[in-house]
Design a protein around this ligand. Structure first.
Ligand SMILES: C[S@@+](CC[C@H](N)C(=O)[O-])C[C@H]1O[C@@H](n2cnc3c(N)ncnc32)[C@H](O)[C@@H]1O
Length: 365
């Protein structure tokens, strides 16, 4: 089979067991949030002992840590990692009277594409270990590296585990192209762990109802249905099976869902992905969760979730979005716990009650 090669390519599998043990004692629970969960979870027949998990830290460490308890336990993984764009993403913060700028996250790669590919390669190997037998993975990238990532996914999951290359066509984002066509889409690669994966059909409304021949399966062959008069029969269809080109807008500051976090993805995109590849009670994970769109939609759709991000702003927003949702609903399916590997800097931030502050975060153009 075709394999991609880059400088210092390293298949990390020989070290997995050692690293699983190494990270076991590193992560500490720093909070458990919300309390009214047990009866509601019981009512829904879910294991009420479950608590959703938000990790503040380097996701590679978190993946090794999770392998101790979650091998083949996660039903759907969606990631929206840095795209190898070469930019860093800035935000403006207002904290009472204090205004300052900060970097929300970095997308700069010292050793160029080689270090970027190695970063995703080693994580993709571990994602596969964590995915359940019915599991699906969705990797969200764009033109900068999608051609390479597809080859890596073929190598790790197998070419026959390719499910879809979804094109997210966002029609409302300005893209200047003088010597190329304006770029108007991202790529979401979907692969399965086995051939027996969860896949729910989604139907979407047609712009106009359409007259269609009525057909039925007869001995495994699709045939036109005929009426008593021997003529073919028509039906009016208002919806159609969703295909792999999704026309969904980019998040706009005017949206009430807007958090100010750069590259926040549209909730409708995550709704489709989660409904397509999982059922109520399934476990969803996003290891580059940013403002927490995936885990919020998982929570709304009554899935269990694990989120992770290295940026304190991402954890601040994710935590706040989930708490707001739970408070508005006045009931909680599951509580959630926040974990981190406590460093001096993180301890300082916790001591300053950073997560309980009322910050205003805005994307800096
Ligand atoms: C494109 S953003 C995700 C946006 C998210 N989908 C949303 O809707 O808000 C990528 C995120 O990955 C995080 N990230 C980058 N490298 C990481 C790493 N090694 N470990 C954990 N998080 C990382 C960044 O902090 C950033 O929040």
């Amino acid at each position: 089979m075709v394999k991609l090669v880059w400088e210092d390519k390293n298949n990390i599998t020989s070290n997995i067991d050692k690293l699983k043990k190494k990270y076991l004692s590193d992560f500490k629970k720093i909070e458990i949030l919300s309390s009214s969960s047990e009866t509601h979870a019981k009512k829904k027949n879910f294991s009420y002992k479950w608590k959703n998990k938000l990790f503040w830290g380097e996701n590679l460490d978190v993946l090794y840590y999770l392998l101790n308890d979650f091998e083949e336990k996660i039903d759907l993984i969606y990631i929206d990692p840095p795209f190898f764009s070469g930019s860093n993403y800035h935000i403006k913060i207002k904290d009472n009277d204090l205004h300052y700028d900060s970097i929300a996250y970095y997308d700069h790669w010292e050793k160029n594409i080689d270090s970027y590919l190695q970063m995703l390669y080693e994580r993709i190997i571990l994602f596969k270990e964590l995915l359940s037998k019915k599991g699906l993975i969705f990797i969200h990238i764009d033109w900068h590296a999608s051609h390479y990532i597809r080859a890596i996914l073929d190598e790790v999951f197998g070419q026959n585990r390719f499910v879809n290359h979804i094109v997210w066509y966002y029609y409302n984002k300005y893209s200047a192209g003088k010597r190329n066509l304006p770029r108007g889409h991202d790529d979401i690669m979907c692969y399965s762990k086995t051939s027996n994966y969860t896949f729910n059909e989604i139907r979407i409304q047609r712009k106009k109802p359409r007259k269609q021949l009525k057909r039925e399966m007869v001995n495994g062959v699709l045939k036109n249905v005929k009426g008593e008069d021997g003529h073919v029969v028509y039906r009016i269809v208002k919806d159609k099976k969703m295909d792999d080109v999704w026309k969904i807008p980019c998040m706009q500051p005017a949206s009430k869902e807007w958090t100010g976090f750069p590259t926040q993805k549209h909730h409708k995109l995550l709704e489709r992905i989660i409904k397509l590849g999982s059922n109520e009670g399934d476990l969803i994970a996003d290891f580059f969760c940013g403002s927490g769109t995936t885990v919020l939609i998982a929570e709304k759709l009554k899935r269990k979730w694990i989120g992770c991000d290295i940026s304190e702003y991402a954890i601040y927003l994710t935590r706040k979005r989930i708490l707001n949702f739970q408070n508005n609903l006045k009931e909680t399916l599951f509580p959630f716990e926040v974990y981190t590997k406590l460093t001096e800097d993180r301890q300082k931030l916790l001591d300053s009650s950073f997560f309980n502050k009322d910050l205003s975060i805005k994307r800096k153009k």
